[in-house]
Design a protein around this ligand. Structure first.
Ligand SMILES: [Zn+2]
Length: 112
């Protein structure tokens, strides 16, 4: 009886071991197949998934990146184009709710 329990435990352990081994090999095969598909290292996006995502998110409301105020169609963002060594960048100052040009550069552009 004791030997039978021992044998059963051994068989169960071997079954679990081979099941985990098969899971490891199927995962390794899937990774190898994925690497073989894209040898140049480019990230491939699923166009159908992208379409669904963009369909869900548009039209979306415009939000000021600084104060998170919801902007209507007429509201503008105040920004300055800044030339950088790696290319031009846009420096966002804010929207009509959070940008106060008189405070930021007092005496510089006070005519606006
Ligand atoms: Zn704002």
């Amino acid at each position: 009886m004791n030997a039978l329990v021992y044998l059963l435990g051994l068989l169960l352990g071997a079954a679990v071991f081979f099941y985990i081994l098969s899971l490891y090999h199927s995962g390794a095969d899937a990774l190898a197949a994925r690497k073989k598909e894209k040898p140049n290292g480019k990230i491939e996006l699923d166009p159908n998934l992208m379409e669904i995502v963009s369909r869900q998110s548009y039209p979306r409301e415009r939000i000021c990146p600084l104060c998170k105020a919801v902007l209507t169609g007429d509201d503008v963002l105040y920004a300055t184009r800044v030339e950088q060594p790696m290319g031009p960048k846009i420096l966002i100052h804010g929207c009509r709710f959070c940008y106060r040009p008189a405070q930021e550069n007092a005496g510089e552009n006070s005519a606006e």
